[in-house]
Design a protein around this ligand. Structure first.
Ligand code: FMN
Length: 316
């Protein structure tokens, strides 16, 4: 039995979001209201096994607060998956997830992520290399979509035939990007397939969940093991709380939370590993919902250093 089997039901997962759910934001979320499980941003194994490795290491940084933490990887060359997984286990990651859902054009053109929906031989090789690299030491999972151009449950059936510990399903096709509501009924169909094909694979539903309450209701309706929340955390940093305090958070508290995020960012990325402009997404999260928020945001988003940001926040 692996640790995923021992998580509460349903368990709640903070979704991987590139340039957003880094160690800094995961720590902020964990302090507001912890998720049951965290993912890193997706990290390219071919890059990790090349001279460009150092530049990618920032995506694998973590602290004890963000646990349990799964490393999410993607790439093209099965051997690089095998090597990387061995290293990730040694670094202390609790599990390995394979990104087979990213819809971004450059990634798909290169035959990676959601393109694997149409290249099952390579998908199978990647899963095999990863499972061999993990050698039963940590669980191996896949995060994917419900099809490429069309809904295609044969893809999910295929994945369920590969002895995965967990399958996270974003309820849209690649073609749908994020433009239509997630098809939760189809996530429910995958859960039924799971019962027939792979009773031990945990099923996690993902797409448009805005609150813990809504997630619990969806998990119950479709008998899911877990719920993954992505953008919902930008609407409410306390989204994993039983009773979110966000709506009643005062201006001072919101400014204080952004200050905490910026201070942690400055401390963590002392060598400018992250572009300061990646903070602007969080400025919109925290600096909202009070009089004068828009004007303050405009000033904050024009700042070019964390010192400037902290000075502006101190006088807000
Ligand atoms: C800015 C951003 C970055 C993302 N990066 C990743 C990623 O690195 N890996 C991944 O599997 N999904 C990624 N996603 C997709 C999310 O994990 C999630 O599947 C999607 O946003 C739908 O869930 P939501 O409606 O709860 O946000 C990203 C989404 C966003 C908005």
């Amino acid at each position: 039995m692996n640790f995923l089997q021992q998580l509460p039901k349903p368990f709640f997962v903070l979704a991987p979001m590139d340039d957003a759910t880094d160690t800094v934001f995961r720590q902020v979320v964990a302090d507001c209201a912890p998720a049951d499980l965290y993912f890193t941003e997706f990290v390219n194994v071919d890059g990790l096994q090349s001279p460009g490795r150092e530049k990618l290491m920032k995506k694998l940084q973590f602290t004890a607060k963000e646990k349990p933490l799964i490393a999410q990887i993607w790439g093209k060359v099965p051997e690089n998956f095998r090597k990387t997984v061995d290293e990730l286990v040694a670094m202390g990651f609790a599990g390995i997830d394979l990104n087979m859902g990213c819809p971004v054009k450059e990634v798909v053109k290169n035959g990676c992520c959601s393109a694997l929906i149409n290249d099952r031989d390579l998908a199978a090789e990647i899963i095999k290399a990863t499972q061999e690299g993990a050698a039963g030491r940590v669980p191996v999972s896949v995060k994917t979509r419900i099809g490429f151009s069309e809904v295609d449950l044969s893809w999910l059936e295929f994945l369920l035939g590969h002895n995965l510990d967990m399958l996270a399903i974003h309820g849209r096709t690649r073609k749908e990007m994020s433009e239509v509501p997630a098809h939760w009924d189809l996530i429910g169909e995958v859960r039924k397939l799971r019962d027939k094909i792979a009773p031990n694979t945990l099923i996690v539903g993902n797409g448009d969940v805005q609150s813990l309450e809504q997630g619990k209701q969806l998990a119950e309706q479709y008998s899911l093991d877990g719920i993954m929340i992505g953008r919902g955390v930008f609407q409410d940093p306390f989204v994993f709380a039983e009773n979110s305090r966000w709506e009643n958070y005062t201006k001072e508290q919101r400014v204080g939370l952004y200050k905490k995020h910026v201070e942690l960012f400055a401390k963590t990325w002392q060598n400018r590993e992250r572009n300061i402009k990646t903070l602007n997404r969080f400025c919109k999260v925290y600096i909202s919902g009070f009089d004068g928020a828009k004007e303050l945001r405009e000033k904050l988003m024009a700042a070019n250093t964390t010192e400037q940001l902290l000075n502006l926040l101190a006088s807000a």
